[in-house]
Design a protein around this ligand. Structure first.
Ligand code: FAD
Ligand code: NAG
Ligand code: NAG
Ligand code: NAG
Ligand code: NAG
Ligand code: NAG
Ligand code: NAG
Ligand code: NAG
Ligand code: NAG
Length: 529
């Protein structure tokens, strides 16, 4: 995914954006909060500032530090009264207790990649708990596991693993700046997921602070809550502070390839074939298709649709080629098209970096900003040729549209729908992410409209009753809570993300946060609401 973002981001011309603190009428709330919080500072030796108020000169840069969608940088978007950067768990406990006391809502931010900005935007007085300072990673190669704090990024995790072993990896997303806090709690897939499942499938323990300020681990939280936070989203249940994950084995040499095909090069026929084989390929082979636009070489200034078939094979090219010959001969993959590399180099590759560059780029947390809107769908029956042709025509209406077609099958098809809250398992051929990026927020309505028309166009070709969606590609168009949503109201969007797991999530919520303190536009309501 990051591969595409990086490419698109390079094309963006980013204008300078400033965040002016709102004139606040809530001075009292803030002072009271600071007073209530003061025990939180007593035991801390850290010199970094823990609480940032709106009158601080670092407020705007720190708020912006991990905002990934420029749409939510607008002055008209409500800003937090305070931002808390905890250095320890006691400060998180204190923040929760004091927020409840002062009537402030909490937004929890790890990597800040939420598509709808729910980790840093709210319409009521609120503060952000930003976990950036809690990002230590401890790798145990002998036991093949790791503890990773919620504020770490995927890049930091991959880097730390590669630092200890060249035959271990972790199955999570491709974008190195994504935070593990949000990503693992919403599922988390990437190039290894057909072999090993989601990031959430490989979580074996967790640490979190609940609504009463209590610190829980797997044993203390119990299996219901532990189930809920592995795909149900963390932000409905508490502040997750660390995950314990199972590392997975990867060969010391893997193979990567990328074959782009335009419409004139039979992209449509190839995509038709891809739809039939993508989820049936060996689980060692991940072959996704990223579809965008490119210049049409035979027309001045005209565009054509370009489908790139990009693969990661867990093994050497000598073993990959016969498999491609058997399953997808039409693509014409040859030895020259394959590059053998280490697993961590494949991480660089899918993140859009040079595989010969330094691994340190994986530690960079800054990204280029642009505005975007994305949506997701799941496909259970191949889309017919006529459907694809209409889809290409819709892409040609836009400047920088992207479709990312992610093949399921393999391990994903073996895990039952109720094993975790993430229900998109057996029977899924592929998932679609529709993505549109733009530079200036003046253009926002036009692109949002296009995205919604595209989604409407796709209705006949994708999952139905319900039309399902991926939580980590958060989309407020599919439904939102109004204040404290009722179970029935939230069910409309909840069934789309979780199918029948939605009800169990509301049961867990009822047990752990019966007064609905951790709430937002798409939080799980308690069952009794
Ligand atoms: C450029 C880009 C590339 C992406 N690539 C992939 C990909 O390859 N695969 C994939 O599966 N997804 C991908 N995603 C989606 C990504 O998984 C989600 O956006 C994910 O939720 C981001 O987690 P975060 O911690 O960075 O975001 P945040 O915005 O910090 O959090 C997202 C949500 O989780 C909650 N949350 C965050 N931290 C915690 C915590 N510690 N405790 C409780 N709740 C918490 C937030 O409140 C919010 O509701 C990508 C997104 C972007 C923008
Ligand atoms: C900033 O605001 C906080 C709380 O609102 C207050 O305690 C503090 O004195 C203010 N600082 C300055 C420099 O105005
Ligand atoms: C703070 O520093 C003092 C002196 O170095 C040390 O004794 C104490 O344990 C430290 N406290 C914390 C919470 O780290
Ligand atoms: C691991 O990290 C340390 C410290 O950053 C560095 O000195 C060392 O070279 C790294 N080792 C490997 C194998 O990457
Ligand atoms: C694949 O390799 C063949 C043979 O060298 C070459 O002609 C073709 O251009 C390559 N395709 C891509 C996309 O690199
Ligand atoms: C496209 O496919 C047709 C029929 O399958 C084939 O004859 C033709 O050579 C292909 N064109 C290209 C550019 O590969
Ligand atoms: C490219 O442009 C030529 C000339 O205008 C046109 O005939 C052709 O259909 C275009 N190809 C695509 C794939 O749009
Ligand atoms: C992030 O910061 C580093 C170091 O300042 C810089 O080299 C890099 O280009 C930045 N990345 C982005 C995407 O802005
Ligand atoms: C939601 O319910 C809580 C607890 O009953 C209450 O304090 C809060 O005001 C309600 N919020 C809204 C928006 O209705």
């Amino acid at each position: 995914m990051a591969f595409t973002y990086t490419k698109l981001a390079l094309l963006s011309i980013i204008s300078f954006i400033s965040i002016f603190p709102q004139t606040y009428t809530s001075h009292d709330i803030e002072s009271s909060f600071l007073q209530c919080f003061s025990p939180g500072l007593k035991n801390s030796n850290s010199t970094t500032k823990v609480i940032i108020t709106q009158n601080s000169s670092s407020y705007a840069p720190l708020l912006q530090s991990s905002i990934r969608n420029q749409r939510f940088l607008e002055n008209s978007v409500p800003k937090p009264n305070l931002i808390v950067f905890p250095n320890d768990l006691f400060q998180i406990q204190t923040t929760i207790i004091c927020s409840k006391k002062q009537g402030l809502e909490i937004r929890i931010r790890s990597g800040g990649h939420d598509y709808e900005g729910l980790s840093y935007v709210s319409n009521v007085p609120f503060l952000i708990i930003d976990l950036t300072n809690l990002r230590s990673i401890t790798i145990d190669i002998k036991e093949e596991n790791a503890w990773v704090q919620a504020g770490a990024t995927l890049g930091e995790l991959y880097y730390a693993i590669a630092n200890k072993s060249n035959v271990h990896g972790f199955p999570a997303g491709s974008c190195p700046t994504v935070g593990v806090g949000g990503h693992f709690s919403g599922g988390g897939f990437g190039t290894l997921f057909r072999k090993y499942g989601l990031a959430a499938d490989n979580v074996i323990d967790a640490q979190m602070v609940d609504v009463n300020g209590k610190i829980l681990n797997r044993k203390l939280m119990g299996e219901d809550l532990f189930w809920a936070i592995r795909g149900g989203g963390g932000s409905s249940f508490g502040v997750i502070t660390a995950w314990k994950v199972k590392l997975v084995q990867v060969p010391s040499i893997v193979t990567v390839f990328n074959i782009p095909k335009s419409l004139g090069e039979n992209a449509t026929t190839l995509f038709m074939k891809w739809q039939i084989i993508a989820n049936k390929l060996p689980s060692e082979l991940f072959l996704h298709s990223v579809i965008g636009l490119a210049a049409n070489s035979s027309s001045d200034g005209g565009k054509t649709v370009l489908a790139s078939f990009t693969g990661l094979y867990l093994g050497k090219s000598d073993n990959l080629l016969p498999s491609m010959q058997n399953n997808f001969e039409e693509l014409g993959l040859q030895h020259d098209n394959c590059t053998e590399m280490s697993w961590i180099q494949s991480v660089l590759y899918f993140a859009g970096y040079s595989i010969h560059g330094s691994l340190e780029v994986l530690l960079q947390r800054n990204t280029t900003l642009s505005s975007f809107k994305a949506k997701s769908d799941y496909v259970t029956d191949p889309i017919p040729m006529s459907g694809l042709e209409g889809l290409w025509n819709m892409l040609l209406e836009e400047n920088k549209p992207t479709l990312i077609m992610t093949p399921y099958g393999g391990r994903m098809g073996e895990i039952s729908e109720s094993e975790t809250p993430f229900p998109h398992r057996n029977g899924i051929i592929y998932g679609i992410q529709y993505l549109i990026n733009w530079d200036s927020n003046e253009e926002t309505p036009k692109h949002m409209d296009w995205m919604r028309r595209l989604y409407a166009y796709m209705t006949p070709y994708v999952s139905k009753c319900p039309r399902v969606a991926y939580l980590n590609y958060r989309d407020l168009d599919i439904g939102v809570n109004s204040g404290n949503a009722s179970y029935e109201e939230a069910k409309s969007w909840g069934m789309k993300y979780f199918k029948s797991n939605f009800e169990r999530l509301t049961l867990v919520k009822e047990e752990v946060d019966p007064n609905n303190f951790f709430r937002h536009e798409q939080s799980i309501p308690p069952l009794s609401y």
